[in-house]
Ligand binder design. Structure first.
Ligand code: UT7
Length: 347
């Protein structure tokens, strides 16, 4: 039974005697939703408070504006997304078995952002915890949920990527401040009978030796007794190193995930990449020799929203009819850790 729902499961089930066969069950993305704060800060707004320009930001990143929270914290954005997911799907909160929030900007060390969301939604039957893998977080979250579902432990799951990165930004540091934005997006997943497997590839990789290339919220290792608590450190990134990392490792991750079920890249309909920089996405498309039209880009509107960027993009594409039932999607994230992750799913 453990084989059911795992990558390659169809092949394993086919090998069993007829009487042992069970209907193939797998992961279905039942619903998508997203939520971003109202306040919009455009590049000109930033050039009034730091030495930068609309021209530099657009030409180097593709970003025109970003949504920045005024009062809402990460759990607020995640809860609004969760509420929308329930309203749009007609699911009741009590039906949920699992709530995962992928975030690098949690409300607190404890409780987890997911626990706050579970409380707000009154999803009293759901176990809830956070996944910390920065910009790869949403893919890591889908990976954890899918594996908990494949064993039968979880039938209905909510996976959300939510970030209020603006609280971690040094608004005097132009090398990071212009890049990030706030927002949340998520999906409802259900284990359902299917004709063909839906989880077609999954690859995760962590590069801890590169952990210093991107950091935020570092704590002091010194014993603070009897001093007051020290402030968390703001966002710091070696932009060029992470750029090089992303353009090499993301194609590799996608190729490895697709090889698991012998998918060719041409069979993948849409590549939903983490929205860190439009130039990175174009470079990845080029390296994979795939047309750029298969790589939707919405970074102009939101900037880099870390774990939220892929579910926001997925929701937009579904709402606009750019993604349809049956399409094969490759979601690929990369960032802090450093980390990469790709999941290939039939929508
Ligand atoms: O989501 C997590 C993963 N993160 C990423 O994937 C980010 C990866 N890195 C990048 O996307 C790019 O490296 C950046 C967008 C961060 C930077 O672009 P770049 O083309 O690598 O620029 P650079 O860092 O090499 O800087 C070029 C110049 C420098 O000036 P000099 O040394 O050439 O005189 C910078 O000081 O641009 C300067 N600069 C700016 N100028 C105006 C850096 N930031 C700014 C700015 N406005 N905001």
């Amino acid at each position: 039974e453990i084989l059911i729902g795992l990558v390659g499961s169809e092949m394993c089930i086919r090998d069993r005697p007829e009487r042992m066969r069970k209907p193939l069950e797998d992961l279905k993305i039942v619903q998508t939703a997203s939520w971003v704060p109202d306040q919009v800060i455009d590049n000109d707004d930033l050039s009034r408070i730091m030495d930068t320009s609309d021209d530099w930001i657009q030409s180097r990143t593709g970003i025109k504006r970003r949504h920045i929270s005024k009062h809402e914290n990460t759990a607020d954005l995640a809860s609004k997304t969760g509420q929308l997911l329930l309203e749009k799907s007609g699911w009741q909160a009590e039906e949920l078995d699992l709530i995962l929030v992928a975030t690098m900007s949690p409300d607190a060390y404890t409780p987890s952002t997911a626990a706050i969301v579970q409380g707000k939604l009154q999803a009293k039957n759901a176990v809830a915890f956070d996944v910390s893998a920065a910009c790869s977080g949403f893919v890591y979250g889908l990976a954890v949920a899918s594996q908990m579902m494949s064993t039968g432990m979880v039938k209905k799951a909510m996976v959300i990527g939510s970030e209020v990165l603006s609280k971690l930004i040094d608004w005097h540091d132009r090398t990071t401040a212009v890049l990030f934005g706030d927002g949340a997006g998520g999906v409802l997943l259900e284990k359902v009978p299917v004709k063909a497997p839906t989880l077609l590839g999954l690859q995760l990789k962590t590069f801890g030796e590169l952990s210093n290339e991107l950091s935020a919220g570092m704590t002091s290792s010194g014993n603070t007794f009897p001093k007051p608590l020290t402030e968390l450190t703001p966002f710091k990134m070696n932009g060029r190193a992470v750029y090089r990392f992303a353009t090499h490792e993301v194609p590799e991750s996608i190729l490895q995930a697709s090889a698991q079920n012998k998918l060719t890249l041409d069979q993948i309909d849409v590549f939903l990449l983490h929205q860190a920089n439009a130039r990175i996405i174009k470079q990845v498309a080029k390296r994979l020799k795939q047309p750029l039209e298969k790589f939707p880009i919405n970074i102009a509107e939101y900037g880099n929203t870390s774990a939220a960027s892929e579910p926001i993009l997925l929701d937009e594409c579904v709402e606009k009819g750019m993604i349809k039932r049956g399409d094969i999607l490759a979601l690929s994230g990369f960032g802090g850790g450093l980390t990469t992750g790709t999941i290939i799913l039939r929508y």
